[in-house]
Design a protein around this ligand. Sequence first.
Ligand SMILES: Cc1ncc(COP(=O)(O)O)c(C=O)c1O
Length: 405
Amino acid sequence: MHKHMPHAPKQVISDLQIFGGRPAFAEKLHVGRPNIGNRQWFADRVNEIFERKWLTNNGPFVDEFEKRIAELTGVKHCIAICNATIALEIAIRALGLKGEVIVPSFTFVATAHALQWQEITPVFCDIDPQTHTIDPNQLETLITPRTTGIIAVNLFGRNCEIARLEEIATRRNLKLLFDSAHAFGCSYQGRMIGGFGDAEVFSFHATKFVNAFEGGAIVTNNDDLAHTARLMQNFGFTTYDQIACVGTNGKMSEVSAAMGLTNMESMDDFIAINRQHHKQYAKELADLSGVTVLSNDEEEKCNYQYVVMEIDASNTLVTRDELMQILHHENVLARRYFYPGCHRMKPYNSSALSLPETEKLSERVLSLPTGTSITPADITAICRIIRLVVSNGREVSEKLRAERP
Ligand SMILES: Cc1ncc(COP(=O)(O)O)c(C=O)c1O
């Protein structure tokens, strides 16, 4: 029996765990549970590391990982970094950003932190309601004499309006960096993500569909930028005792690169599974009024690593948070990525700032479990719960409110 084998399908709302039923899943189903490639190949690489006794400092696996990423994305330079947050920080510094940088608020907080950590002010921009990525029209209105750059985010592996952003950056003489933490293996207008703007950053964190335990990379076609970023990730060392610039320790370890290489070898399989899962969720929720599964452009390559559902509570009568709470009780750990928007988070909280599209969307989104640890039967069971809750939205919501202490 599969360890996630759900119990008998729930028929009525009193079957929901939150109202006294048994949880649908015996074990917790996570969003972003790691995909793990061929364990033997990984073990062989780890043995090689031990044989070589070369654990870090730009070892052969890091070198190979960088080459594979550059090859896959068609980008001239790749610098592997210990994680994407540090990769963003280094790229920001190597690009010479200062003053103000425009970023979407609807992103993971690391995008903003990477700026604020260096005392650069993130200026939060709203999103376009169609693409859910930075709104180029509003962006232009936020440019001031202090603005030095833009960090756009290819959120959930869905593309920003890249051509427009490149046009604005060129015309307004601004640097353009893409936070493509979610977009490894994706394409835009037939070209792989990685080669746009001045530079792009990928994440290989454990939750990303290709992971290196922790990991990131800066990719760029700019020779000077690549040179500076490579110096900065290794304390600014040019030779063993010469320092060219202020730097940090952003190096990726050999064991991370071994994991990254191993998982890249299974990348096509991971994408095929994610794509199948995405299709299944979309199909099983297709006719459910008030619920939309965000789609991806089928003309482009996509990693399908996020299944994001939007809930219109005026239609479902049950809120996103109520649905999330119910799912959590069923052991389905759906996540409200990215609530509440960086501009409403404590370090950035500006009560004066209103970003209506970000605020609206962050109240509606819910990311659902996918990846190699989820089965089609799990998805059917999850969709049945969502259907049961949404098609009885008013009753569920009233019952929840009545039972709330
Ligand atoms: C949009 C975005 N940017 C940056 C990061 C930071 O990546 P890392 O965890 O590799 O530092 C993440 C998440 O993990 C992310 O989702």
